[in-house]
Design a protein around this ligand. Structure first.
Ligand code: GCU
Length: 608
């Protein structure tokens, strides 16, 4: 079965056009290939001219010209024209826009090949080796470029034995992938294992202050950057969920990161050092330890101590990619440190690409408040639709494009234009009905008022209200017969709320309803700003959420004659599963909270 082209068929607008690409940069050849592929004519007497300045990704479109600040801007200008983009200046609000793959070379016994992957195996590796035919990787690079992405990390942040060797004796594979990505202006980065000097180098220690360790990394970086002249740098998950790190040697995260930064600095490379550091072996009886506090407690005191080429990479929320979280306070607490915000395109906690959940509206709220690098965990695999659920492609597209166009609905519209170029307006209407508010629908039947993690432990799919309640993972809801929620106030709780420069979250009077239970433990009868009580809100949103999924299914039936039958069938079967799962969520959640609280639904609907 053929691979779905996703959002980028040939650039049809070029057919018959006379085009001059007036640059001798290698990326000019990429643009020329696109022109020829689409039936355009390369000629000095052109009605469309591409030019490139020395550096930068921005470009200006006029009727007959793409004037790019730097070579990459020619590619971005080309794709802007393909989606019928407007004349004028186009500029990204994030300089580096990076997709992080959680791909393993081998199939991991628990996580599979792509950790938290819901779209099949890796598009890079198969049966433990790099794929022979990299045509799909080339297509993928083209898709990413059309979404405005300019960097990629090719392997999982949890770096296992085989993947650690990408740094050394398996480096050829990185060199080969970097060549494919470079063709579309995308720079390649690598996740590394902090203990590599011990694992690969036979050194007795990975202490970042040890001169032999520092020399080992410098030598590695030198040869790596010789093999890949535009190598981007390292991504590091250290002292997190069992990964090795500087704490083993009594060193700080700044000392660990700066050691790697020193090795890369002569070559212009950077270190993305993740702030996802917390105690994953805490005692659930201990009410003072709060996982939400951890990233700030570890990293805010280090502000100003990181080298210039270290970028601290921070998950957008303080816990872990839940359906609703406040912005991580780390993102506004380190003015003297370069930061990257990390989004999760792969839908680990938002329906695992079985449920429609267009995440751009959530990300927009995040991106409006932060600056630095934008990084996002990929949702792509070797599935013929790339992302399992065909509509989940829109999330990958949006992860890049939101840096250029902050309007989630407009970005969705662009995705439709490129993905279904022949689409009648009825299809757009149906897709907007299904997708525009799908994140809010998902929130309704899963995660009321900012409470997260009521998922089945391990795989994280489907409801299990108490699944994590008595575990060491630090993800609790504290429901009892009187109330629910986590007290994170300074007055009576863990004082996480005090990590913000404002006091909005400290009081129930000012805390927004959608985050109430993230910050407060309240009685079920607590009255929300909406006028409803907490318990009635739980019942209402769960009933509404299922009704909304039923409407999505009905809308998709209307599209049956408007799209390819195979694509229609794939989406329809996923919507069936979404409805089954949403019903299960509704019934488990409502039953659980009814049994805890003893308070009936005011509308007398069926609760088990
Ligand atoms: C989550 C996810 C893990 C992942 C981790 C991370 O906890 O479940 O699979 O490794 O995030 O971001 O490092």
């Amino acid at each position: 079965m053929s691979i779905h082209p996703a959002w980028l068929p040939p650039c049809a607008f070029l057919a018959g056009r006379r085009v001059l690409v007036d640059s001798d940069h290698p990326l000019a050849d990429t643009v020329r290939e696109e022109v020829i592929r689409a039936g355009g004519i390369l000629t000095p007497h052109a009605d469309l001219t591409f030019t490139a300045g020395p550096a930068g990704d921005a470009f200006t479109l006029t009727g007959d010209r793409v004037a790019a600040d730097g070579p990459r801007g020619m590619i971005y200008g080309l794709f802007e024209l393909a989606r019928g983009g407007a004349a004028g200046r186009h500029e990204p609000s994030f300089e580096r826009r990076m997709i992080d793959h959680w791909d393993n070379v081998d199939v991991h016994p628990v996580m599979g090949q792509v950790e938290r992957g819901y779209s099949g195996g890796s598009i890079f590796w198969k049966d433990g080796v790099l794929r022979g035919d990299l045509g799909r990787v080339r297509d993928y690079a083209r898709l990413l470029a059309a979404a405005g992405i300019n960097a990629v990390t090719i392997n999982n942040v949890n770096v296992h034995a085989a993947e650690a060797r990408l740094l050394t004796d398996r480096r050829d594979e990185v060199v080969t992938l970097a060549r494919e990505f470079r063709h579309f202006g995308i720079v390649t980065h690598l996740s590394i294992n902090f203990a590599a000097p011990v694992i690969l180098g036979d050194l007795p220690t990975a202490d970042p202050l040890d001169p032999h360790v520092r020399q080992w990394w410098a030598t590695i970086a030198n040869s790596l950057c010789e093999d890949i002249s535009d190598f981007g740098g390292f991504l590091v998950k250290a002292d997190s969920e069992g990964q090795p790190g500087p704490f083993t040697y009594g060193r700080s995260h700044a000392e660990g990161a700066n050691m790697l930064a020193a090795a890369l600095a002569p070559h212009g490379g950077v270190v993305h050092w993740r702030a996802f550091v917390y105690n994953h072996r805490q005692d659930w009886r201990d009410r003072t330890t709060d996982r939400a506090r951890a990233a700030y407690d570890h990293f805010a005191p280090l502000d100003g101590l990181f080298a210039d080429n270290v970028i601290v990479q921070v998950k957008h929320g303080p816990i872990d990619f839940q359906t609703r979280e406040p912005l991580s306070p780390v993102l506004t607490a380190m003015p003297s440190t370069r930061l990257a915000v990390e989004l999760q395109v792969t839908q680990e906690y938002t329906g695992q690409q079985k449920h429609v959940c267009y995440l751009a509206p959530m990300w927009k709220e995040v991106l409006d408040s932060v600056h630095g690098d934008l990084t996002a965990v990929s949702n792509v695999g070797d599935d013929r639709y790339w992302t399992g659920h065909p509509l989940a492609q829109a999330n990958l597209y949006a992860a890049g494009r939101l840096a250029w166009n902050p309007d989630p609905t407009a970005v969705l519209d662009e995705w439709m234009t490129l993905t279904f170029p022949e689409a009648p307006s009825e299809l757009r209407t149906v897709l907007h009905r299904i997708m525009d508010r799908s994140w809010l629908t998902y929130e309704k039947y899963t995660a009321p008022l900012g409470i997260g993690f009521m998922v089945r432990p391990g795989h994280h799919y489907g409801p299990d209200v108490d699944g994590y309640e008595y575990t060491p993972w630090g993800t609790y809801h504290f429901a009892d017969r009187d109330g629910v929620g986590v007290d994170r106030t300074s007055a009576t709780g863990t004082a996480f709320a005090a990590q913000y420069p404002h006091s909005r979250y400290e009081s129930t009077a000012t805390c927004p309803d959608e985050l109430l239970l993230f910050f407060h433990h309240v009685p079920y009868t607590h009255v929300l700003h909406s006028g409803s009580t907490v318990i009635q809100h739980i019942y209402d949103t769960h009933f509404d959420g299922v009704t909304e999924v039923e409407s999505m299914l009905a809308a998709w039936q209307e599209a049956s004659s408007l799209v390819d039958p195979d694509l229609h069938a794939r989406v329809a079967s996923r919507l069936d599963e979404q409805l089954r799962s949403a019903t299960e969520w509704r019934d488990q959640m409502n039953t659980y909270f009814y049994r805890k609280s003893g308070i009936p639904d005011t509308h007398g609907r069926r609760i088990h």
